[in-house]
Design a protein around this ligand. Structure first.
Ligand code: FAD
Ligand code: SIN
Length: 518
């Protein structure tokens, strides 16, 4: 008989979205917080640039809303964007209440800027905003008696019946047992899917698990074609997934070719501070045209002390590879960074399945449109975590009458073919990088679709025959998420924001979301 847990609320994911929702739920609710790795491991911890909010009296909500919608190439939902922007100052307050101390200058927030913002509105903690947010939120969560943390527990599938969610099956990685977590409300906060690409700025946790689980459970999945490529990840053979923050460009850093020539002015009048889709495509085009392996980001005009105080993490990391950024330009390339699409939700973060919510990068509430503006993601995490908790707090939880089976592991045996998992994992990520990257074509998308369908069959067979493992769970989710990206990309017969298809280079005058159902 496998273990059953009963909670009022099950939260899958301990990034900024998951932790903040737990903290905002009523103290009389019992909460399970689940992380598939160490609690702090996830994109939130690595966030550098900061979190956007109107905090300066030169700025205003209308400007933040207009910048967000225009960066998203008119596909964002104006009501959702307005809600997020108007709640931003209170999101900053909630973080401060949890102990985050944002960088100040002369008694005011030191606000920086990034691509797409027409005002300085990015609050930050030097270049380690995510680390500060995560450690403070986790300390607060640990101090609450109603929250139980489960580290190294990976969710496999949701428990759903008749359009209702009752929790999830979760693998306890320490003893390889599958345990049932039964809950009145389930919140998916599992982050994005950028690990479906070969090169990414993301940590290993971003395998699209929540999106794939929700899709299998009957959720509507929106706008998966919009994978954001961050223009500047460190290019070095030993630097796995290290980001060079857009905030450097906010402070005047220039993109240059190996010849020393600047190029962004040829692509957009905003130059280095054009939205990310434009900058990433410009770099891709320069690299392909000239056959360069990378381009460079130059901030060497700033003095050493200034660099050390504003960008201590980036400065130290580059120094560890022998790059003195106060003297030398930094070698950079674009890499998959952010999943704009995800589980379709309303403004309370509720999905189309009863009692099931989604928040943070895994969700699609409509704030990013065809391209997310820099530093709007942490903001989305905090604002919609609070909205979700508020919605749950307002409901009376009813007793549930459930009839479901514990996980049946009797029919499967130990695999002697683990090489299949590693091979397929690598193949998916190469297919996505080569065929579904920054610039797409119908031919490449259809080739990707065909091979991913075969891989799906191979994974399904493996999944049926062998004992489940963490790698297999992620592989199964990765192939599903990759197919959702490709299917959405094929359905969009135009180019818009992050989705550029050479066969449909124009932007249609009808902006519409791509929605996929099982
Ligand atoms: P995450 O923080 O990714 O957390 C996901 C959680 O889900 C983890 O706890 C993970 O263990 C858990 N999980 C996943 N799958 C399962 C499963 N199957 N079972 C159990 N648990 C699971 N955005 C900004 O706004 N500003 C920035 O400055 C910024 N900088 C960034 C820098 C980097 C290097 C990166 C990678 C991203 C950056 N972003 C930034 C984007 C932003 O950090 C993320 O979009 C955001 O933090 C996502 O938060 P989240 O809570 O949704 O997910
Ligand atoms: C960065 O610091 O460049 C990342 C900001 C973001 O992804 O919003």
């Amino acid at each position: 008989m496998s273990t059953q847990h009963h909670f009022d609320v099950l939260i899958i994911g301990t990034g900024s979205a998951g932790l903040m929702s737990a903290l905002q739920l009523s103290d009389d609710l019992s909460i399970a917080l689940i992380a598939k790795d160490k609690i702090l491991e996830g994109s939130s911890y690595y966030a550098q640039g900061g979190i956007s909010a109107v905090l300066d009296n030169q700025d205003n909500f209308e400007s933040h809303i207009a910048d967000t919608l225009s960066t998203g190439v008119d596909l964002g939902d104006e009501a959702a964007v307005r809600f997020m922007v108007e709640q931003a100052p209170s999101a900053i307050e909630s973080l401060e209440q949890a102990g985050v101390v944002f960088t100040q200058q002369q008694g005011q927030y030191h606000l920086t800027t990034e691509g797409g913002h027409s005002n300085r509105r990015v609050a930050h903690v030097a270049d380690k905003t995510g680390q500060s947010i995560q450690t403070n939120l986790l300390d607060s969560a640990k101090s609450k008696k109603n929250i139980t943390l489960f580290e190294n527990f990976i969710a496999i599938d949701l428990l759903t019946q008749n359009q209702h969610c009752y929790g999830a099956y979760i693998l306890n990685k320490s003893n390889n047992e599958i345990e049932s977590f039964i809950a009145h409300k389930t919140i998916i906060a599992t982050g994005g899917a950028s690990k479906s690409y070969l090169y990414t700025s993301n940590p290993d946790t971003s395998t699209g698990d929540g999106i794939a689980m929700a899709y299998r459970g009957g959720c509507h999945i929106a706008n998966m074609e919009f994978t954001q490529f961050h223009p500047t990840c460190l290019y070095h053979p030993h630097a796995k997934s290290f980001l060079i923050s857009e905030a450097l460009r906010g402070e005047g850093a220039k993109l240059i070719l190996p010849t020393g020539a600047t190029f962004m002015h040829k692509y957009d009048e905003r130059g280095e501070l054009a939205p990310r889709d434009i900058v990433a495509r410009a770099i891709d085009s320069e690299m392909k045209t000239h056959g360069f392996d990378c381009v460079y980001l130059d901030i060497s005009f700033k003095d050493k002390d200034w660099i050390e105080s504003h960008f201590p993490t980036i400065n130290k990391k580059c120094a560890s590879f022998g790059i003195d950024i106060s003297q030398d330009p930094i070698p950079v390339v674009p890499a998959a960074h952010y999943t704009c699409g995800g589980i379709q939700t309303d403004i309370n973060a509720h999905s189309n399945i009863n009692n099931l919510y989604a928040i943070g990068e895994v969700a699609h509430v409509g704030v990013h449109g065809a391209n997310r503006m820099a530093s709007n993601s942490l903001l989305e995490c905090i604002v919609f975590a609070k909205a979700c908790a508020k919605h749950i707090n307002q409901q009376a939880l009813k007793p549930q009458h459930l009839d479901f089976d514990n996980w049946d592991a009797s029919r499967v045996s130990l695999s002697k073919e683990k090489v299949m998992v590693t091979h397929l994992w690598d193949e998916i990520r190469r297919i996505m990088w080569n065929f579904v990257g920054i610039v797409r074509s119908n031919k490449r998308l259809h080739s990707a679709q065909m091979r991913l369908a075969q891989i799906q069959n191979e994974v399904d067979e493996y999944y049926r025959l062998y004992l489940i493992s963490s790698d297999l769970i992620e592989l199964r989710n990765l192939v599903t998420t990759a197919q959702l990206i490709v299917k959405s990309a094929i359905l969009r017969k135009e180019s818009r924001g992050l989705h550029y298809n050479e066969d449909y280079p124009q932007t249609s005058n009808k902006a519409k979301d791509t929605i996929i159902e099982l």
